[in-house]
Design a protein around this ligand. Structure first.
Ligand code: HEM
Length: 489
C-alpha cells in the first residue's frame, strides 16, 4: 500500500521544491526590479499555465492579458520562467518591427538546435548574416513574375478542389478538404511533386502532412519545452517532428533534386535554390539547405493558408449577402479575363478584402515574437533591452481592438476601402515579415473563386454558432471544427 504512495510523494515534493525555488529566486522579480508593470506569474508555468495544460487557448489567454492592461503601452509577463515584454501599443509594435529592427532581428523560435534537427535549418530559424543571405535568396520566388509563372499550378489544384466538392455536395468537414488543397498547391509550387491529396485523402504525402500537424498533449509539451527549455529538449533527445515525417520529406525532396540534375527544369522554389547552388560562389547552398528550406513551405505555408480558407468560408457562409457580392465579382473577373487565370484572380478586390478581413479576425498565428539581438533602449521609451530579451506582439488582440478597427466583431471586408483603416499584422511586419503573403493570397483567392463560382456555401446542422479557439492548437482553429453545407448553383 505504502509502495503506491511513492510516485505521489515524489510529485508533491517536486512541486514544493519548484514552488520554493520560484518564490525564493529573483526570476519572478525581474519586472519589479525594472519598474515595469507586470502580471504575477505562477510557479513553473508563468502566465500561460492554462494554455500549456490545454485548458484555455493561447489566443484566449492573450486576450485576457490585453484587456486587463489595454491602457498601458506594454506589460511584463512570463512565458514559463522567461520574462517577456508584451507590447500593447501599435506604434511601439511598429518600432520593434521596423525602426528598431537592427536590435530585434531574430524570431524567438530561432533557439532551435539545427545541428540536431537539420530539416529545421531554414530561414525561419536562421539568425544574423545567414538569415539575411537566405532571405535574399528566397525573396525573388515571390516576385510578381514568378507568381504569374507558378499560377497555372495553383489553378490546376483549384479546379481539382472544385471537382472534389462538386462530387461530394452536402455537409463537408471544411479544414480537412482545404488542407488537402493547400498540400497539393505547396507540393507542386515548392518542389514540383503532385501530392495527390485532393484525389486521394489516403495519399502518403497527405498522411505525412497530417502527422506533421497533429496536435496532442505530448506535442504541445514538447514544443513548449523546445521554446522555453531548449537544453532539456536536447537532454531528453526530443525532436520537433516524428522521425518518419523527417525521413519522408527528406527523401521526397532528394528524389526531386536528382530529377532536376538529370535535366528537368521547373519554375518553382526548389529550382531557384538549385540555380543559386550552381551560380553563387559566396553563399554555400548545400543540398541539406535546399532540402530544409523547401520544407519551410510545408511548415509555414500549408496550414496557415488552409485555416485562412476555412475561416473565410465560415464567415461567408454566415453572411450570405457578402458571399453573393463576392461571387458576383468572381464571375465578372473570370468572364472579363477568360477563366481562372492570374489576371482574373489579381483583379478580385472584394474577394481579397474578404481574405484580409478573415486574417484580421482569425490570423493563423495570434502573436509574433522578437528576440533582442543588440542591446538598446527602445525608441520612444526608456526601456532598456539586453541581448536575447524577449518581446511578444499579440497581433490578433490589436486587430480586434475597437480603437483601431471599429466594430471589430463584425465581418466587414469593405472596412479596408477606408484609407484610415490600419494595415493588419497577420503576416508580421518589417524586414522579418512573412515573405509568402502574396503567394498565400493567390492560393486562397483562387480556391475561393473555383468554389464560389459553382457552389453556394451555407451553415449546416453541425456549424458552431460562433468560433471558439481550440486550446490544443497554437495555430487558430475552431474547437468544434468547421462543417459547412456545399450546394451546386
Ligand atoms: C495566410 C497565410 C500565411 C500567414 C497568415 C503567415 C503568417 C506569417 C507570420 C505571422 C510570420 C512571422 C512574421 C513576423 O514575425 O513578423 C511568417 C513568417 C514566415 N512565413 Fe508566413 N504566413 C502565411 C503563408 C506563408 C506561405 C505560403 C509561405 C511560403 C513559403 C510562408 C513563409 C514564411 C516564412 C519563410 C517566414 C519566416 C520569415 C523570416 O523569418 O524571415 N508563409 N508568416
Amino acid at each position: 500500500m505504502w509502495f503506491s504512495l511513492v510516485p505521489l510523494v515524489g510529485l508533491l515534493s517536486l512541486i514544493v521544491l519548484l514552488a520554493g525555488f520560484h518564490y525564493l529566486s529573483n526570476g519572478r522579480k525581474y519586472w519589479l526590479q525594472r519598474k515595469v508593470l507586470y502580471e504575477e506569474p505562477c510557479p513553473i508555468f508563468g502566465n500561460f499555465g492554462a494554455a500549456l495544460t490545454s485548458r484555455r487557448s493561447y489566443a484566449k489567454m492573450l486576450k485576457y492579458l490585453y484587456e486587463k492592461y489595454k491602457n498601458e503601452k506594454y506589460v511584463g509577463i512570463f512565458q514559463a520562467r522567461r520574462p517577456t515584454l508584451m507590447v500593447l501599443d501599435m506604434d511601439i509594435a511598429k518600432t520593434i518591427f521596423s525602426t528598431d529592427f537592427a536590435c530585434f532581428s531574430d524570431l524567438r523560435i530561432s533557439s532551435t538546435d539545427t545541428k540536431r534537427e537539420p530539416l529545421l535549418r531554414n530561414v525561419i530559424n536562421m539568425r544574423g548574416t545567414e538569415w539575411k543571405a537566405m532571405r535574399q535568396i528566397i525573396s525573388p520566388t515571390f516576385s510578381s513574375a514568378k507568381m504569374k509563372g507558378m499560377f497555372p499550378l495553383i489553378s490546376e489544384c483549384a479546379h481539382n478542389l472544385r471537382n472534389v466538392l462538386l462530387n461530394s455536395l452536402g455537409e463537408v468537414e471544411v479544414p480537412e478538404v482545404m488542407c488537402r488543397y493547400t498540400t497539393d498547391v505547396v507540393g507542386s509550387c515548392a518542389f514540383g511533386v503532385d501530392p495527390g491529396s485532393l484525389k486521394n485523402p489516403e495519399s502518403p504525402f497527405f498522411i505525412m502532412t497530417k502527422k506533421m500537424y497533429r496536435v496532442d498533449r505530448a506535442t504541445i509539451l514538447k514544443r513548449y519545452c523546445r521554446t522555453f527549455s531548449p537544453r532539456l529538449f536536447k537532454l531528453l533527445n526530443l525532436r520537433s517532428y516524428p522521425p518518419d515525417v523527417e525521413v519522408f520529406f527528406t527523401s521526397a525532396i532528394s528524389q526531386v533534386l536528382n530529377e532536376r540534375r538529370s535535366g528537368v527544369q521547373r519554375n518553382d522554389y526548389l529550382q531557384l535554390m538549385l540555380n543559386v547552388q550552381e551560380t553563387e560562389k559566396e553563399f554555400e547552398m548545400t543540398d541539406a539547405l535546399i532540402t530544409s528550406n523547401s520544407f519551410t513551405f510545408m511548415l509555414a505555408g500549408l496550414e496557415t493558408s488552409s485555416t485562412t480558407l476555412s475561416f473565410c468560408l465560415y464567415q461567408l457562409a454566415k453572411d450570405k449577402e457578402v458571399q453573393d457580392r463576392v461571387r458576383e465579382e468572381i464571375k465578372e473577373c473570370m468572364e472579363t479575363h477568360g477563366g481562372l487565370n492570374f489576371e482574373a484572380v489579381t483583379a478580385m478586390k472584394l474577394t481579397a478584402q474578404a481574405v484580409t478581413e478573415t486574417l484580421r479576425m482569425h490570423p493563423p498565428a495570434p502573436m509574433v515574437t522578437r528576440l533582442c539581438t543588440s542591446p538598446c533602449v527602445l525608441t520612444g521609451t526608456d526601456l532598456k533591452f539586453e541581448l536575447r530579451n524577449s518581446v511578444l506582439i499579440p497581433l490578433q488582440c490589436m486587430q480586434r481592438d475597437a480603437r483601431y478597427f471599429p466594430n471589430p466583431e463584425k465581418f466587414d471586408p469593405e472596412r479596408f476601402n477606408d484609407p484610415k483603416t490600419p494595415a493588419i499584422f497577420a503576416f508580421g511586419s518589417g524586414p522579418r515579415s512573412c515573405p509568402g503573403g502574396r503567394f498565400a493570397y493567390l492560393a486562397v483567392v483562387a480556391g475561393l473563386a473555383a468554389m464560389l463560382s459553382r457552389m453556394e456555401v451555407a451553415p449546416s446542422a453541425r456549424t458552431t454558432p460562433r468560433i471558439e479557439y481550440d486550446p490544443r492548437s497554437f495555430i487558430l482553429k475552431n474547437k468544434g471544427g468547421i462543417y459547412l453545407e456545399f450546394n451546386a448553383l
